[in-house]
Structures are given as structure tokens and as C-alpha cells.
Design a protein around this ligand. Structure first.
Ligand code: 5GP
Ligand code: MN
Length: 339
């Protein structure tokens, strides 16, 4: 962050403010961890802070400290919108464009509040007065740690803030294994543990609270796994009927795409998930090395994200979406075979 911006933000936060903190739609561990970590920090400085999530999120995140104070815009719309209209400052965390907040897009676009972005996605929009955007960062949680440190308040990070931030660093780095994990990430994680984050308990809360049906759904997904060796690609599909059969709950498909990427020699992995209610196919793309799924998703699937992890959507049928994916692969064969 620019020195000038840091001192301006310091000045801004020197007196109590009304602050709203917003993550992206379908918030994940990094989105909930970063917004709640910042929330606890701002409360310590006598601000009136409120996290407003666009919509609901998985149960495996609902134990994080402060969870019970989160407002869900889609369920508590008028309370949420009053708070947004009255806010002095809106922090937008873990996303790069207002359309990533679903139904909150309009109210955020119209809001006169000062905006501060903290985010690590590529190609951010230009809506924020202060922008802390860095695609090299492992997670927005790592950035919130650095942000608090920039403000000279590292010592303010207590066990509660440390727990929130640990969650997002852990989930966005695939438990510290993706290439975005740096030695600094590990040093920050070590400090979070020193400050009271119970690392083993956090892993257990997030990863070892599966329902029986979720594991059966995983079994179904693995049965549907297909490999395209000439493109070093693999993909998984889940139809709405299959999701219903295993009593799908939000979050149940999280991480399944990584099984496709774990195949030896595979550089590109995709999962296609039918969502009849929204009338779309939700796509998750993952890659290894230099192959950019952000570029692929922007070019073909209405989405984006990071080099090695991106999301997207399609409005044609599940089968047609898969056909489209297979049909575009040859144009990437050279890149995939040299990645
Ligand atoms: P996922 O596949 O888990 O939905 O998303 C992978 C990564 O890409 C996450 O960091 C997510 O925030 C980001 N992402 C998902 N969809 C979009 C999108 O439509 N646009 C952008 N810029 N990023 C996305
Ligand atoms: Mn993130």
C-alpha cells in the first residue's frame, strides 16, 4: 500500500466511524475470515462495524468468532441497506468488482460512502478511494494482517482476530500448499498461532465436519471424473439430480475440483455444477504452473479469479457446457503441454 494512503486511512480511522464490511457472494473461508478479522479489529477501535454478506455460506464457517453478528443481505435486505446508506466507510474484501456481490451490486454502486478495497484478484475495478490490491498475496486474510500491521497495530491482533485470519489463509492456500504460499505467509501464520489461533482445532472445524451425505456426493463426483490426456485436463460434473440425491447443502462441493487436479500429470481441472434454481452451470477451474484459468474463464465462462483458481458460469445446459469446454481445449493444447 502507498505510504500516503496508509497515513490517510490512519487519520480517517482516528475517530469512530460507521463502517460496513462486505465480502463477495457465496463467501468462502477467506471472505468470511477476512471480514470478521477486520470487524474485530475495528470494534477494538470504537468504530460501529457491521459485516454484511450478500448471501448465505457453508456451515463449516459458522463457528468463526463474530459469525452470529453477520447480516445476510438477501435475507435481511432492508436492515442491510439502511446500514449501507448510513455508512461513512465501506470496506470491500476479497473481490474486485461490485457485480461479485450479487444483489448488493446496485446499492454499493449508488453508495456515497468512502470505499476501501482489500483484495488479491486480478484486474480490479476502479471504485475505491483507497485500494490495497495485490495478486501476489495468498489470501485477503494475509492482506488484512498486513493492513493492520501497516497501521502500526500488529500488537492489537488478539486470539479472536488471529483465528479469523488463520481460517482464510488456510482455506485459500489449500492448507499452505498452493504456490501462492510464501515464506512470509508461513511467518504470518506462525505469528497468528503465537497470538492464540488454535491451528489444529481450526483445521478440524473446517475440514473434519463432513456429513455422511457430503462424502457420498464426493463419491458420485469421483465416479463422474473424466480425463482428457492430450490436453492434460480432467473434469467432474454434478447434475442437479445428483446434488438432490445426496441432499446437497451449501459448501458440499467445495474443494472437489482439487481431486481432478491431483491426478498425476494433470495441469487443468474443472468442475461443472448444475444449479437449476439460478438457471446456470457453476464452473470452477484450477490449474498448475503458468497456465492461467483466470484468462480461460474471462474468455469463455463469464468469470475470472486468479492464475491457478478461477470461477465462472454458463447459461447453456450442463452437457452443452461440457461440450464447449472440450471443444475449446485443443486451442490450449500447446500451452497445457508446455506448462
Ligand atoms: P471458485 O471456483 O472457488 O468459485 O473460485 C475460485 C477463485 O476465483 C476464488 O478466489 C473466487 O473468488 C474467484 N472467482 C470466482 N468467480 C469469479 C468471477 O466471476 N470473477 C472473478 N474476478 N473472480 C471469481
Ligand atoms: Mn480470497
Amino acid at each position: 500500500m502507498k505510504k500516503q494512503d496508509i497515513s490517510s486511512i490512519k487519520q480517517l480511522l482516528a475517530t469512530p466511524k460507521k463502517i460496513v464490511i462486505v465480502p463477495h457472494k457465496n463467501p468462502d473461508g477467506d471472505a468470511i475470515g477476512s471480514t470478521l478479522g477486520l470487524y474485530h479489529y475495528l470494534l477494538k477501535h470504537q468504530h460501529e462495524a457491521q459485516v454484511i454478506a450478500p448471501n448465505d455460506y457453508p456451515n463449516f464457517l459458522k463457528w468463526i468468532p463474530g459469525n452470529d453478528h453477520i447480516l445476510i443481505h438477501d435475507a435481511q435486505t432492508s436492515t442491510s441497506e439502511t446500514l449501507i446508506n448510513e455508512a461513512d466507510i465501506i470496506f470491500t474484501l476479497d473481490f474486485n468488482a461490485f457485480h461479485r456481490t450479487g444483489n448488493m451490486e446496485q446499492i454499493l454502486t449508488e453508495s456515497k460512502a468512502l470505499k476501501i478495497m482489500i483484495d488479491h484478484h486480478q484486474a480490479p475495478d476502479d471504485y475505491a478511494t483507497y485500494m490495497y490490491s495485490d495478486v501476489r498475496m495468498s489470501s485477503t486474510c494475509e492482506m488484512v494482517y498486513r493492513f493492520i500491521d501497516f497501521l502500526g497495530d500488529e500488537k492489537c491482533i488478539d486470539a479472536c482476530i488471529a483465528t479469523c485470519l488463520y481460517v482464510g489463509i488456510m482455506t485459500d492456500t489449500g492448507s499452505f500448499r498452493f504456490s501462492s504460499t510464501t515464506s512470509t505467509t508461513h511467518r504470518i501464520v506462525a505469528k497468528l498461532i503465537d497470538k492464540g489461533a488454535q491451528n489444529s482445532e481450526i483445521h478440524n472445524n473446517v475440514y473434519d465436519t463432513n456429513s455422511f451425505e457430503r462424502l457420498q456426493l464426493l463419491g458420485c463426483a469421483l465416479t463422474n471424473l473424466k480425463v482428457i490426456p492430450e490436453s492434460r485436463a480432467a473434469y467432474i460434473s454434478l447434475s442437479q439430480e445428483e446434488l438432490n440425491r445426496f441432499n446437497y447443502r451449501k459448501g458440499d462441493t467445495e474443494g472437489i475440483v482439487n481431486y481432478a487436479l491431483s491426478l498425476e500429470g494433470i495441469i487443468l481441472a474443472a468442475i461443472f455444477i448444475e444449479d437449476k434454481q439460478e438457471g446456470i452451470i457453476k464452473i470452477s477451474l484450477r490449474s498448475k504452473g503458468d497456465f492461467s484459468v483466470n484468462d480461460m474463464s474471462r474468455a469463455h465462462f463469464n468469470g475470472g479469479g486468479h492464475t491457478n483458481a478461477a470461477g465462472g458460469r454458463s447459461e447453456i445446459s450442463l452437457n452443452k457446457t461440457i461440450e464447449k469446454f472440450i471443444s475449446i481445449l485443443p486451442s490450449y493444447n500447446q500451452a497445457l503441454n508446455h506448462a
